[in-house]
Design a binder for this molecule. Structure first.
Ligand code: FAD
Ligand code: NAD
Length: 479
């Protein structure tokens, strides 16, 4: 006999566990199936984000940033330090302890909300049934009024650079280095390449980032991307754009990488190589042939604007469906779908999803880039303000970066906000809130911002949209 639930969620990443908790909070009998295990072989929750993604990478980014400050920034403030040592094993242990706390915490939250945790691999069968195969091979089938698939994504592997234990690794391997590599190669100058490249560069690696595209951070506003490339290069990241990797050869403890760029075929030798060329949706052993759920041409589960798959009552959310592969996008879809299942009105606003690259300074954005509005033929205005002219940025010793606001010319409505700077990942939420409320740049310009704060750059950028910035000469004529 099989158990019957109102909702069965497959996957307990930020999409799945949030959907399960929300569904249970709304009074639905809910189960969450998760197959992940931690290093001790115990069930683990939180998916990529908590185990091998957002959180562990930020733990290493924070530790390495603090170390780098002692090396490069403290002296100017009059803080003299000597003989500062980096203990990589302790840094990794600190990261692991945070992962352990958070992943167990999610298990606790599921329990506290009355969600039944089912340990094993879930497979969607026809007739809205889910087969759960436990580690020991035992199988149970549960029935569901509704199924939410949240099986996430895995790193893309490329034939020229097959993963090789300890030498050629993906992002997960790059979170586990036991010592600082001397020469570190990074294939892919995207989000992971820049974040993990920064971690090891700050700790002393000579890092080369090989990026196939000719444009650096192609989907980022290019005024910001160009400024970011300058700053990151100054920090020591050797970013080579237009460099497509065609092969690798492991020679003893080294990896020889062959790539082509504008000058032809090149080779470089590294002690470690990280492959971070994107992630792909994970649907392995997930769907029975007759379950009716279809994939799109790129292998994502096909869904409509409300995360409904081709089978009524079966939803899919997060990295396994179209849209940005971001933890908060997955969670928001999880909440939206749970609300829909519970009979509430719910809508996800895909136009206002912030993104942050956690380099130093951080690069954050929400809404459209200048390139996008231009391509759409929208008449627009921009207002920018550099951190160089912000007192708090000077006191903090980080004057790199700017705030840029893009508005629709006719209405002054904010279409996008882009920030490179210290704490940009926090500041961008001013743009998120403004855009969700349909604010104009003038609305922001008329608000009172605390002094001295980095956020004053948002205020000034809003003022600059029509040439009224106070703390710098305006580039455009006042209206
Ligand atoms: P996942 O988190 O991948 O979770 C899917 C879960 O489903 C997994 O636990 C998996 O074991 C389970 N599962 C899969 N198939 C089955 C099955 N058949 N049965 C049972 N269980 C199954 N995003 C950000 O927003 N900010 C960041 O700073 C950030 N940093 C990142 C850093 C790194 C190094 C990486 C790799 C990713 C990062 N991301 C970041 C991306 C973020 O981790 C993902 O977008 C997010 O985890 C997606 O959530 P999800 O719930 O869709 O899938
Ligand atoms: P990405 O798509 O950000 O970058 C991959 C890069 O690799 C691209 O620029 C691509 O042009 C390049 N590339 C592809 N093939 C190549 C080749 N053969 N040689 C050289 N370069 C090549 O992907 P990622 O950095 O792997 O990250 C995966 C996903 O994880 C992203 O979609 C991102 O949303 C998510 N993530 C988010 C965060 C964050 O929000 N801070 C952090 C890490 C990861």
């Amino acid at each position: 006999m099989s158990d019957k639930y109102d909702v069965v969620v497959i996957g307990a990443g930020p999409g799945g566990y949030v959907a399960a908790i929300r569904a249970a909070q709304l009074g639905l009998k809910t189960a969450c199936v998760e197959k992940g295990q931690n290093k001790e072989g115990k069930p683990t929750y939180g998916g990529t984000c908590l185990n091998v993604g957002c959180i562990p990478s930020k733990a290493l980014l924070e530790a390495s940033h603090k170390y780098a400050e002692t090396q490069h920034d403290f002296a100017e403030l009059g803080i003299e330090v000597s003989d500062v040592q980096m203990n990589v094993k302790k840094m990794i242990a600190h990261k692991d302890s945070i992962v352990s706390k958070l992943t167990q915490g999610v298990g606790g939250l599921l329990k506290a909300n009355g969600v039944t945790a089912l340990h094993g691999s879930g497979k969607v069968l026809s007739g809205k049934k889910v087969e759960v195969t436990a580690q020991d091979g035992s199988v149970q089938v549960v029935e569901a009024e509704n199924i939410i698939i949240a099986s996430g994504s895995v790193p893309v592997e490329i034939p020229p650079a097959p993963l090789t234990e300890g030498l050629i690794v993906d992002s997960t391997g790059a979170l586990e280095f036991e010592e600082v590599p001397g020469r570190l190669g990074v294939i892919g100058g995207g989000v992971i390449g820049l974040e993990l490249g920064s971690v090891w560069s700050r700790l002393g690696s000579e890092v080369t980032v090989l990026e196939a595209q000719d444009t650096f951070l192609a989907s980022t506003d290019q005024e910001i991307a160009k400024a970011a490339k300058k700053v990151l290069s100054k920090q020591g990241l050797n970013i080579q754009i237009g460099a497509r990797v065609t092969g690798t050869e492991v020679k003893g403890n080294e990896v020889v990488v062959t790539y082509t760029d504008a000058k032809g075929e090149q080779q470089q030798t590294f002690d470690k190589l990280i492959v971070c060329v994107g992630r792909r949706p994970y649907t392995e052993a997930l769907l029975s042939n007759d379950c009716g759920v279809t994939l799109d041409e790129r292998g994502f589960i096909y869904v409509d604007d409300h995360c409904r798959t081709s089978v009524p009552g079966v939803y899919a959310i997060g990295d396994v469906v179209r849209g940005p592969m971001l933890a908060h996008k997955a969670s928001e879809e999880g909440m939206t779908v749970a609300d829909l299942i519970a009979g509430h009105k719910a809508e996800m606003n895909y136009d206002v999803i912030p993104g942050v690259i956690y380099t130093f300074p951080e690069i954050a954005s929400v809404g459209k880039t200048e390139e996008e509005v231009k391509a759409e033929g929208v008449e627009y205005e921009t207002g920018t303000f550099p951190f160089q002219a912000i007192g708090r940025a000077m006191t903090n010793g980080c004057t790199d970066g700017m705030v840029k606001i893009i508005t629709e010319k006719a209405s002054d409505r904010i279409l996008g906000m882009h920030i490179m700077g210290q704490n940009a990942g926090e500041m961008i939420h001013q743009g998120v809130i403004a855009m969700e409320f349909g604010s104009s740049a003038e609305d922001l310009a008329l608000m009172c911002f605390a002094h001295p704060t980095l956020s004053e750059a948002v205020h000034e950028a809003a003022l600059a949209v029509d040439g009224h910035a106070i703390h710098m000469p305006n580039r455009k004529k006042r209206k």
